[in-house]
Structure formats: C-alpha cells, structure tokens
Design a protein around this ligand. Structure first.
Ligand SMILES: [Zn+2]
Length: 443
C-alpha cells in the first residue's frame, strides 16, 4: 500500500514537472519576439535601398539585365541595402546549402559594386518547394556574406522599421491542393499555432514601434490586379493588424510586375516589386482607378529613399528607365484607363499648346536651365474649366506628368536648383520635380 502511494506520488510529481516544462515551452513560444537587426542610416540621416522580387533564374528571363540596372541605380542612389520580396530561387527553391543555384542566381548575378550590400530576404512560395531551411542557414552567409534570410524578422534603421513577415504558410491552397508540388513545412507545424503566434508577434512589435515610418514586407500580394490577385488569407488576417498600427506601406512580390495601389479608407499603400526576372504575363484584372496608382506588367525593380519627413518611391524597368516617381505627399494621379481597363500613366499624352501663358515663368528660368531640353514645355493651364478628357499619345520618355484636371503650378528657385510642383483643385501635390542646374535630377 505504502509503495503504491509512493508510486502515485512519483507519477504525480512527474506529471507536474512535465506540465511545467510544457507550460514554460508554451510561454516561451507565445512570447517569442521577432529577431531584430539594426542597420544604420547615412551621415545625413537618410536611407536608400532597392526592392526586387521573384528573381532567381540563373540569369535568364532578363534577370541579368534587371541586375545590371539595379547596379547602376544602386550606385546613383548610394543604396544602403537591398530587400528581396521572395521567390528567390526558381522553380523549387534550393535543394540544399550546396545547390549551385545560389551561386548562379545570386552571387554571380548581382555583381555590381553598389549591390555588395546587405540583402534582407523573405521566403516565397517557390522557396518553400525546396529545402527551405537551406535558405535560412548560416552556411549561405559564409558563402556570400550579403545573404540574410529569415522567415519573419524586424529591421530597425532608426528612421524606419521594416517588419518582414513569412506569408506563404497563410495560403490554404498550398496545404489543401498542392498539385504536383511538395512544400517543405518543417518549422511551421502545427500551422494554426505558427500563424497565430506570428500574427501576435507582428502586432505587438508594431504596437511597440516608435519608428517614423513602418513598412511591412511579405511575399504575397494583398492588393494586386495581376495574375495572382489578392491573397485573401492575409487580407483577412494580416491587413487589419497593419491598418490598426498605422503601417505606411505593405511591400510584396509574387505577381511578376511593378504596381502601386492605394486605399480609399486608409493611408496604407500596397507596392508590388516582383519583376526580378520572368514577367509580362499579361493577365490583368479591372481595378478601381481611384486606388490604382501604377501598373506595369514588366520586369524591373523599385527604389526607396527615406528621410524622417519624406519618402520617395520610384519604379524602374529593365532598361533602368523610371516608370513612376512618387513621393509621400503626391501619389501620382495622372492615370488613364484604357479599353481593357488597364491603367498606365505612361500611355498618356497631351497636346502641346502655346507656351505663351507660361512665358513669365519660363523667362524666370532663363536660358541657363537644361529644363527645356528635357521637357519641351511645362504647362499649367488648369485655372478653371478642365477635364476635357481628350488625350493624345505621347512618347513616355518625354511625358513626365499628365493630369487632365484643374490646378496650378509652383516654382521655387535658387541659383543652383528649381523646385516645380503641380497641385490639383484640392491643393494636393500631383507631381514634384527638382532640377539642378544643367542636370535632370529626381529629388
Ligand atoms: Zn510567389
């Protein structure tokens, strides 16, 4: 009898200890914070970077050409780092840490001096189709010190915080209908707990953040008129957290294009940079033109220039040409919807009329400005009745802004530079242009 009691006592204490261990583990899991990295700003307190997604194809599908232009623009902007929005290695991620695709699709492709900076990478769905832990392994960092890839993490840059979120495990169809693909779900099962902890971590990190700018980076689209469209799972689960915590931008890849979509009911902007290699899929959904700020179904990448008070975003095509240049106060409104319901500000044109009405301003520039070689005419004729809606085609290289609406223009000049702004009838800045003497500069 006594030995029976002893045995029961022993079993009870074992159970107690076991329960404690489990509880402690659960506590650790539930309070695990996202790993945090620091990246300093430039001496003047600013930061610039490039964003590319959906790229690793051993140089094919213009991956090398996009990389070349990233190098040139990276040099011009003196970038501090590069962000990859995932789908780093096609078709099926890496087979292991010794997969030659790492060298052939990354190290040997992004060779420009300006790209020899830290790369902050997230995983895409294609990455999950290989040995997913290879991309997370520190072995890759030893092979190429630029490489840093985690499922979810925070990058703190003093003026901005970037919250990288692992979006692939949110997508139901990868679990319920994986077709011929085999996904490597090591490390994320049980899925429900993984996702709920991740959402909790992102929410609490955003709540604690005192950064001036908050950017969330994930692979999957939240809003997109491209092939994949919206990813409903993250729209339902992640988007409310972003909106509740005043996130400025959600930046993603997945759709192989460049795109900017705004929200009618929040300041959050959705930016897709997924043009790192194969693009031009050509399937586009109709979208509310009030939200669609830019759509370019082609290869390219995005740049961000950040100061405490200002954020400049630009999209570049495979030739390094700027497709869209925006800054915070002035998400470009000049957009025409074409017959297919596509929106492309660079398929716009206007009829040049006399420059006479601008002559007083033009004279103020004098002959020494290179302005008129770049753009034949700055025109501001929106004093009252406008919105005629008759638009002619124009060379995209020449057309810098088109808004068929009411408004006016301001010019601020010094000896060295001129700042030109166009405003709409609401006083919003439609377009900003800075010219240095003899130099076309995108400020
Ligand atoms: Zn993808």
């Amino acid at each position: 009898m006594a030995s029976q009691v002893m045995r029961n006592k022993k079993t009870m204490s074992e159970t107690l200890i076991f329960s404690c261990v489990i509880l402690c583990l659960l506590w650790v899991l539930s309070t695990a914070e996202l790993q945090r990295f620091q990246h300093g700003v430039k001496e003047d307190g600013s930061l610039s970077l490039l964003v590319v997604g959906d790229w690793g194809r051993r140089g094919s599908y213009n991956q090398s050409e996009v990389a070349l232009q990233m190098g040139i623009i990276g040099e011009k902007l003196d970038i501090d780092f590069v962000i990859s929005t995932g789908d780093n290695f096609y078709e099926d991620g890496l087979t292991g840490v010794d997969d030659s695709a790492f060298d052939d699709s990354f190290t040997k492709i992004y060779t420009a001096p300006s790209l020899q900076k830290q790369w902050y990478n997230v995983l895409g769905n294609h990455d999950y189709r290989g040995d997913v832990e290879a991309q997370l392994s520190s072995v890759l960092k030893k092979i190429d010190s630029r490489w840093l890839c985690l499922r979810s993490f925070i990058l703190d840059t003093e003026i901005a915080e970037f919250f990288f979120v692992d979006t692939t495990p949110f997508v139901n169809s990868y679990f319920t209908d994986p077709e011929d693909h085999v996904y490597d779900w090591r490390g994320i099962l049980p899925r429900k707990a993984y996702l709920s902890n991740l959402l909790k971590d992102v929410d609490s990190a955003l709540k604690k953040s005192t950064a001036k700018w908050k950017f969330v980076v994930g692979h999957h689209t939240m809003k997109s008129a491209g092939h994949h469209g919206n990813t409903q799972e993250i729209v339902d689960q992640l988007l409310p957290i972003l909106e509740a915590n005043q996130v400025d931008l959600y930046i993603n890849g997945h759709d192989h294009l460049l795109q900017q979509i705004s929200s009618l009911d929040s300041p959050l902007q959705f930016l897709t940079s997924g043009g790192g290699s194969k693009a031009w899929r050509g399937d586009v959904s109709k979208w509310d033109p009030k939200e669609m700020k830019f759509f370019y179904d082609g290869q390219g990448f995005m740049s961000m220039q950040i100061t405490p008070t200002r954020l400049d975003i630009a999209f570049y095509d495979v030739f390094g040409q700027i497709k869209l240049m925006n800054y915070t106060a002035s998400w470009l409104l000049a957009i025409e919807e074409d017959a297919r319901g596509l929106l492309n500000p660079f398929k716009l044109a206007f009829q040049l009329e006399t420059t006479a009405q601008l002559s007083p301003i033009l004279q103020r520039f004098g002959q020494e400005m290179a302005l008129f070689e770049i753009i034949p005419c700055y025109r501001s004729g929106g004093g009252s009745k406008t919105w005629r809606g008759d638009i002619k085609w124009w060379k995209p290289e020449e057309l810098k802004l088109y808004s068929d609406g009411q408004g006016f223009m301001s010019v601020q000049m010094s000896k060295e530079e001129a700042n030109i702004e166009f405003y709409d009838v609401f006083g919003n800045v439609l377009h900003h242009w800075k010219l240095s003497k003899g130099l076309d500069s995108v400020a």
